[in-house]
Design a protein around this ligand. Structure first.
Ligand code: NAP
Length: 310
């Protein structure tokens, strides 16, 4: 049984709301309540922050497996929700059970998980570029991030509406971007030590893409940094390392689950760069990659889609 839910569009064929899917599926939206009464094995939740935390416990009680794309189960310490999101977590025991859904670092835990919390798009691009530098000893990373308008979801706000956003290049959340706490938690888990991460995000005029340039002040030569990238991500089906002297470009990953990574070194400064499609490797593609692992499918199933270019 497959169901797609929507409050606003319940009852309408999916292709009327998402016209690009016309001819590809015969499915109408149902309400969450209606879908929850049906027989299914796994649910994807793509709800706003603060809504998933109410729905997830009920789904898990029914024995279902859940992949949640919101931030509601990404952090382990309930205190962090008070500090970063301003609310008390209603199910702190579930935070311990939730697995952070980044296959490159958590593959085995994802296979067994009942609840997977998919990382934020900016957290994914930042983490993929941060890990090699942190493994080489960096203890403080600065991530300069560029992100397209679809990051802000489908409902326009004053800052994300097209006339405001088109041609923009501007900083937002210049201090205290919420994704940095996720990245620090993930790095501590990978390395067993704390690494400070500061993200400075910029809105740019494109629709899709999250591009992280992560900088550190460590002594390493370019050969050594490329070697680290290659060995860390060896065998990863969706990570592509750029040859020396070339750098990732969001245009080369659009519409795909690939993350392109590159690096540069200059007089005591070492940087890694990461380009992803925020809606694919930064959200739905990563969620499907996790589902493939959870259900014992080939991890690449349904995801080996060539990026669109130009
Ligand atoms: N956009 C990205 O790049 C990205 C990347 C990674 C993770 N995420 C996370 O994924 C989640 C969804 O993001 P999105 O960009 O798809 O946002 P979105 O376009 O705003 O979609 C969220 C949808 O949730 C439904 N909804 C809203 N309020 C609700 C409520 N109170 N109860 C139940 N349903 C409600 C609405 O759909 P209906 O009215 O049709 O039900 C709404 O369109 C968010 O938590 C976001 O942070 C987004």
């Amino acid at each position: 049984m497959v169901a797609a839910t929507s409050k606003e569009h319940s009852g309408k064929p999916v292709h009327l709301v998402h016209p690009h899917l016309r001819g590809l599926l015969r499915l109408s939206f149902s309400s969450i309540d209606e879908a929850m009464r049906k027989d299914y094995e796994l649910a994807f939740l793509s709800l706003p922050h603060g809504v998933s935390k109410v729905v997830v416990p009920e789904l898990l009680e029914g024995g279902r497996r859940v992949i949640d794309l919101s931030a509601d189960f990404r952090l382990k310490d309930p205190e962090l929700y008070r500090r970063w999101y301003g609310w008390e977590h209603p199910a702190p025991d579930l935070l311990r059970r939730a697995v952070y859904g980044i296959p490159e670092f958590n593959r085995e835990r994802i296979r067994e998980a009942q609840l997977v919390a998919v990382p934020g798009c900016n957290a994914t691009s930042t983490l993929l570029a941060s890990a090699p530098l942190a493994r080489l000893g960096a203890s403080h990373l600065i991530a300069d991030l560029k992100v397209g308008s679809s990051e802000a979801g489908s409902k326009p706000s004053r800052g994300t509406h097209h006339p405001e956003r088109s041609h923009a290049i501007r900083v937002y959340s210049a201090s205290g971007h919420r994704h940095q706490v996720e990245v620090m938690q993930a790095l501590a888990d990978i390395l067993g030590r704390d690494v400070r991460v500061s993200i400075v995000p910029h809105s740019v005029g494109s629709v899709r893409g999250s591009y992280a340039s992560v900088h550190s002040l460590i002594e390493v030569d370019e050969e050594g940094l490329i070697r680290e990238l290659v060995s860390l991500y060896a065998g990863e089906p969706f990570i592509r390392i750029m040859p020396r002297g070339t750098y990732p470009d969001v245009r080369n990953v659009l519409g795909s689950n690939f993350a392109d990574l590159g690096c540069s070194v200059d007089d005591g400064r070492a940087s890694c760069f990461s380009a992803i499609d925020n809606l694919v490797k930064g959200a739905s593609g990563q969620a499907v990659q996790c589902m493939n692992l959870m259900l014992g499918f080939d991890e690449r199933e349904g995801l080996l889609i060539p990026p669109l270019r130009p």
